[in-house]
Design a protein around this ligand. Structure first.
Ligand SMILES: [Zn+2]
Length: 751
């Protein structure tokens, strides 16, 4: 942890780019660009670190998980804050399935006896860590109920490749309880894959190498995970569908049709519990069998072995399967001339426990943006479009609040939503941005206008420097020569998923971070004491986030032409296609090599007869796939996008005329639908809730994104016969996009 105390004097020196020198903003006329930049400069001066600190102290003062008294109290306070800033604000409720722990037991019953305490102790000096009566015990929400005893097997991160490794050693997890490290995938993948392989229970622990003492001093001396710290979290199968597990695809309003518990497909099939490394060490130390490969070893002072046994574990998990009420805060500033185009911004307010970092660090920035926009309204600012700010409940159990709201209002959102902008946590460091590539250029223009609070460089410049300094050769070339720094694609793990991947609404996710390491994620130690000692202690990066998001929202709300750039999408989609072609070739080479080595007896010859490792399974090599439809669609999209970009430039040259205004009104209405063209009603195979054909969370990675997911996962999983059909579906989506973009280009240029 490298916490730097920033002088408060620096707070007053905001160097917004001088308005007079700024080039005309894309999507604005010279005149409206000047007005916009003047309003943005006013906005950027408003957010105050001291207010964010006080809001965090209040919102994280008590545990505020779904269904807790303080969760509701926070929602009401947030609603009242919005109202006091001059916004319309109300609370929308949904009733959702939210299990809480009733019985939890982890004990080693052989060869020795040890009972895990499953407890995070209070820490002296940390004033909220002792709120035992209100803290949710350590658990994984949506674990199956069960009472099982079996031999223990260590499965590394518990991803599919780890089970291939076990199979080569003749180790089966059938009838066993597996213990997996946190990391390497989203946590819900671990019990899912374990159950697929026949395990009867699953433990997940935080290895000290990943977020404990290997990274620095542990809490409270430092920011890292202490021996008894536990990562809570949901294990509901979100890659199938997020939101209330009982109401897939529809809002969980009063009277909604609900699945019976036994019919819900996304609950884990086996009991699962998260434990600390303090509790995991005696279990792991009692394993025998071969020593694991180096890549599996963690940071505990033990010899890591596979098992199975003789360590035998008794695991018991039972939940209260209750329905709880969610409190989403929804606030609005109605647009003046384009009220039916919505710019939506959100951050969740619920936490696993006190949640100062996750999610309050992002929420306090959102509140300061809202206060700033409210101030501008009083000064006469008139955004064209409607601005909707949300503080979601129930994100932690599985994006419940945002998903239920998005499903409930799906028809209206599909007509009106221009964009959804998300944040979750925030800390010290560089600006991170991911999202729809139609917004890549836009995000770059925003980042160039935001000052990094510590270096006084622009947020964009620091990012560029980092990529030149530590990126690959390709990253370095792009960072130096490409107009825009690349943004990542969105998988899942926060509230953008229902908007982007279910409804096809262009989305962005942004935060600062990377210079404030920590190991308190989803533990009782993620609290005000931790955040104000080890993270963005001055709240200067909280202010930077408010300025970044506020600028993005204002520009989108007032642009004459919505700032989507399709050349960035076309180029990125082209790169994805090249990746997929290479993936096919790499898989061909790997499988051919493995099969050849099997034929040559290589695996038998290198296997240590005293600790034998079998050959991997023989697999069928991939055939050639037909990428032509995709490549043709990309050519169409690329040329349409170029024509569109040229046409869009004309908006920034010359004044507004009544005819130009009428054209832009019509073009904007159709631009709102541009991201929707990339979706398919049928959705992804086996998980039709996910409609977007370019971005999805991986079925076996969880949070990690899979781009062109249906094609990519078919290749990764060796489903060769599915690939050509999936390529054709993506090609059709890109062709729809190309047609729309081409029509819009013609409309703007009056042809
Ligand atoms: Zn969060």
């Amino acid at each position: 942890m490298r916490s730097i105390a920033v002088s408060l004097l620096a707070v007053t020196a905001i160097a917004a780019t001088p308005v007079a020198e700024h080039e005309t903003l894309k999507g604005f006329t010279p005149e409206s660009s000047r007005a916009e930049l003047a309003w943005e400069a006013k906005m950027k001066a408003i957010p105050e670190p001291a207010r964010m600190r006080e809001a965090m102290r209040l919102l994280s003062a008590r545990p505020h998980h779904v269904g807790s008294p303080y969760d509701k109290q926070n929602a009401e306070w947030i609603r009242d804050q919005f109202k006091s800033y001059g916004w319309q604000a109300s609370i929308e409720t949904y009733d959702v399935l939210f299990p809480t722990p009733r019985e939890r037991l982890v004990e080693l019953v052989a060869p020795t006896r040890f009972v895990a305490d499953l407890d995070e102790p209070a820490v002296a000096g940390d004033p909220t860590s002792n709120q035992k009566d209100e803290q949710l015990p350590t658990y994984n929400a949506y674990s199956g109920d069960g009472d099982v005893t079996g031999p223990l097997v260590f499965v590394n991160y518990g991803v599919p490749a780890d089970y291939d490794e076990l199979a080569r050693r003749g180790i089966s997890v059938k009838g066993a309880i597996v213990i997996a490290k946190y990391g390497g995938s989203w946590r819900g993948i671990k019990p899912k894959v374990a159950a697929e392989h026949g395990a009867i229970g699953c433990l997940i622990y935080s290895d000290p190498e990943d977020d404990g003492y290997a990274g620095g001093d542990v809490f409270p001396k430092g920011p890292m995970r202490p021996p008894q710290g536990v990562q809570r979290g949901s294990v509901n199968d979100m890659p199938t569908y997020p939101g209330d597990p009982a109401t897939p695809g529809i809002g969980a309003v009063k009277g909604a049709r609900r699945l019976a518990l036994k019919d819900i497909p996304t609950l884990t099939k086996i009991p699962v519990l998260p434990i600390s490394y303090g509790n995991a060490q005696p279990l792991l130390a009692a394993l025998r069998g071969s020593v694991v490969p180096d890549s599996w070893k963690g940071g505990l002072p033990i010899t890591y072995r596979f098992g199975p046994g003789p360590a035998t574990v008794h695991l018991k998990v039972k939940s209260n399967w209750d329905t709880k009420t969610l409190y989403n805060v929804i606030a609005r500033i109605p647009g003046t001339t384009e009220a039916d185009q919505w710019i939506i911004r959100g951050n969740h307010h619920d936490a696993w426990v006190n949640g100062a970092e996750d999610p309050i660090s992002g929420l306090v920035a959102e509140l300061e943006e809202a206060r700033a926009l409210g101030e501008l309204l009083k000064q006469g600012w008139k955004p064209k479009r409607t601005i909707v700010y949300a503080a979601w409940d129930g994100e932690e159990p599985g994006l419940l609040g945002s998903t239920e709201w998005a499903e409930h209002h799906a028809d209206e959102l599909k007509r009106k939503a221009v964009i959804y902008i998300n944040s979750d946590t925030n800390g010290r460091g560089m600006l991170g941005a991911s999202g729809s590539h139609t917004l890549e250029h836009f995000v770059n223009t925003v980042a160039k206008d935001i000052e990094d609070p510590e270096t006084k460089l622009s947020a964009w410049k620091r990012n560029q420097a980092r990529r030149i300094n530590s990126g690959s050769a390709d990253d370095r070339r792009d960072a130096r020569n490409r107009e825009d720094l690349r943004i990542g694609a969105l998988g899942s793990g926060s509230d953008y998923s229902p908007f982007l991947q279910h409804l096809g609404i262009a989305a962005l996710n942004m935060s600062y971070g990377g210079e404030d390491d920590g190991g308190i994620y989803h533990s009782i130690y993620d609290d005000f004491y931790w955040f104000t000692h080890f993270s963005d202690t001055s709240f200067m990066y909280g202010r930077a986030l408010a300025q970044t998001m506020g600028t993005a929202v204002m520009r989108l709300a007032s642009a004459e032409l919505l700032p989507f750039t399709f050349t960035n999408l076309a180029e990125t989609a082209k790169n994805y296609t090249t990746e997929l072609q290479r993936l096919r070739d790499t898989r061909y080479d790997q499988i051919s090599e493995t099969n050849r080595s099997i034929d040559e007896g290589v695996y038998f010859a290198v296997s240590d007869p005293h600790d034998p490792v079998r050959a991997p399974e023989r697999r069928v090599v991939p055939p050639q796939f037909n990428f032509a439809p995709l490549l043709n669609a990309l050519d169409s999209l690329t040329s349409a996008a170029k024509r569109y970009d040229r046409a869009a430039m004309s908006v920034s040259s010359g004044a507004m005329s009544p005819q130009k205004a009428a054209t832009l009104k019509s073009v904007n209405q159709r631009l709102v639908q541009a991201e929707r063209a990339l979706t398919s009603n049928d959705g992804l195979k086996g998980r039709s809730w996910y409609k977007h054909l370019i971005y999805a969370p991986g079925f076996y990675t969880g949070y990690g994104v899979k781009t062109m997911p249906a094609v990519r996962e078919s290749i990764e999983q060796g489903e060769w016969t599915a690939v050509d059909g999936e390529i054709a579906r993506v090609a059709a989506a890109l062709n729809r996009e190309a047609t729309l973009v081409s029509q819009l280009a013609a409309e703007i240029s009056g042809r």
